[in-house]
Design a protein around this ligand. Structure first.
Ligand code: GLU
Length: 465
């Protein structure tokens, strides 16, 4: 069975790069009808927190990544202990009583000589009993076969070979008794039946260490797929310097999970059909293949993401779904409305914004009566023509319905009867109804906002200016 996993450490908010790893790993499992595991790697008690874990789960759920099983490493220490014991018994691991100062000394010497540091192997002959008898703090190290070159076939990067001499005997249990990542990841992936390890390429140097542990424990070695990093526009690794990099930022700014999922998927993976970019999750599950992952880095482009979000808003989502997503943003901004009214607004104005925080601004004229007038709008409204236009509109609105068609007619009549230029008519009306000189079409506003509210806004201008 195909089993893949996502193994985040709850030490911060879900980063876009990790979200993409999660997406690829998830798509891979679903494509093959396999299992997708979520494993919280929280062995580092100091850096991990429950709050980050909750946020991780929330962000993954929001993105639409469902897991079949959930594990926490902090609940598995007994299992790890058992496997450390096995390695000690089989001689693949040994205790090391070297002090941090001694090790630092060794490291410095290597640095002075300009050679890569690796542990001297001083404690290689020490037994656990001896270490315990000495009563000194000890770590546990893995005994790395000298001179061995470890080779594996990476499903993205191709064949990779790394010499064991590059790293030497490494620590698998710290002196405080906590096991380290390279060890627990192997025990977990093996016991959880993970067939494909899909993760960031920053883990390539860890892979040979892990392969040695798989072998020592007699576990089957999984396949590895290391994903290229995501870069910022300046082609350095995407980080906070480039602006918002956590999924939480984008969720709160009003991006759609569907668009995020779709966009992140295209970062480093090319769909077989050239030129097409909009795909639903179901479609992606169908066509996703690791062989279409590019081995070179992808560049994150927030403008492209905005564009894609706009496409989802305008063309992909149903009005119902859109209204559901948007309503909390508008309510948060203090707008009051009925659901049916919001849908009516969206029918006419879904093309006015690319994110929901932008919608809060752009759709204001549909929801608030106390508009705030910009300096430019004030200048228009203070003009003598404005009084003429507004009184004329009020007169015409005394009877009949108001809609887009009607307001255009009124504009024409104003031109014919009073000689008012269309530009002045629309400018005045726009400034009165929105407080701005640009934005959503005035005819659209007149189509949706109830006539009494339009009249109220116009009257307000006549008393204020
Ligand atoms: N906890 C590791 C990380 O967040 C997981 C690496 C892996 O997938 O093996 O980088």
């Amino acid at each position: 069975m195909i089993v893949s996993r996502f193994a985040p450490s709850p030490t911060g908010y879900l980063h876009l790069g990790n979200a993409r790893t999660a997406i690829f790993s998830y798509l891979f499992a679903r494509h093959h009808g396999g299992k997708f595991i979520l494993r919280i790697e929280d062995t580092d008690k100091e850096r991990s927190s429950k709050e980050f874990e909750e946020m991780l789960l929330k962000d993954l759920e929001w993105l639409g990544i469902e897991w079949d099983e959930l594990y926490r490493q902090s609940e598995r220490f007994d299992i790890y202990r058992e496997y450390v014991q096995k390695l000690l018994e089989s001689g693949w691991a040994y205790p090391c009583i070297c002090t941090p100062e001694e090790l630092e000394e060794e490291r410095k010497r290597a640095e002075e000589k300009g050679i890569p540091y690796r542990y001297s192997g001083k404690c290689r002959h020490l037994t656990l009993e001896e270490a315990k008898r000495k009563g000194l703090p000890y770590t546990i190290r893995f005994r790395v076969p000298e001179g061995e070159v470890i080779t594996f076939e990476d499903l993205v990067k191709g064949p990779i070979s790394i010499s064991a001499d590059d790293f030497g005997d490494f620590v698998i249990v710290r002196s405080d008794g906590t096991p380290v990542y390279n060890f627990v990841v192997v025990v977990d992936d093996a016991l959880m039946g993970v067939s494909h390890v899909i993760r960031g390429e920053d883990h390539i140097p860890n892979t040979p260490k892990q392969i040695l542990i798989y072998r020592a424990l007699g576990f089957e070695i999984p396949k590895f797929a290391h994903l290229p990093v995501i870069l910022g526009p300046d082609r350095s690794k995407l980080s906070k310097r480039h602006g918002a990099v956590s999924v939480k930022n984008y969720r709160e700014e009003g991006f759609l999970p569907e668009a995020m999922f779709n966009y992140l998927c295209l970062l480093g993976w090319s769909p077989p059909e050239e030129g097409r970019e909009i795909y639903s999750k179901e479609e992606l599950i169908k066509i996703f293949d690791l062989k279409d992952i590019n081995s070179s880095p992808a560049v994150f482009d927030v403008q492209k993401l905005r564009w894609m979000n706009g496409v989802y808003i305008r063309e992909v989502l149903s009005i119902d779904k859109l209204a559901n997503y948007l309503a909390p943003f508008l309510r948060e901004a203090g707008y009051e409305f009925e659901e049916a009214y919001l849908k009516k607004v969206l029918e006419k104005a879904r093309d006015a914004f690319e994110t929901f925080s932008e919608a809060v601004e752009k759709l204001k004229p549909f929801f608030v009566d106390e508009v705030v007038y910009s300096e430019e709008a004030k200048a228009v409204l203070e003009n003598q023509t404005a009084v003429q236009v507004l009184n004329y509109v009020l007169l015409k609105l005394e009877e009949g319905e108001l809609n887009a068609q009607r307001i255009k007619e009124i504009a024409k009549l104003a031109q014919r009867e009073l000689g008012i230029k269309p530009k002045d008519f629309w400018h005045t009306l726009r400034a009165s109804l929105t407080g701005e000189l640009e934005g959503v079409g005035v005819d659209v506003i007149c189509d949706v906002v109830p006539k009494e509210r339009i009249i109220k806004r116009i009257r307000r201008v006549l008393t204020v200016f």
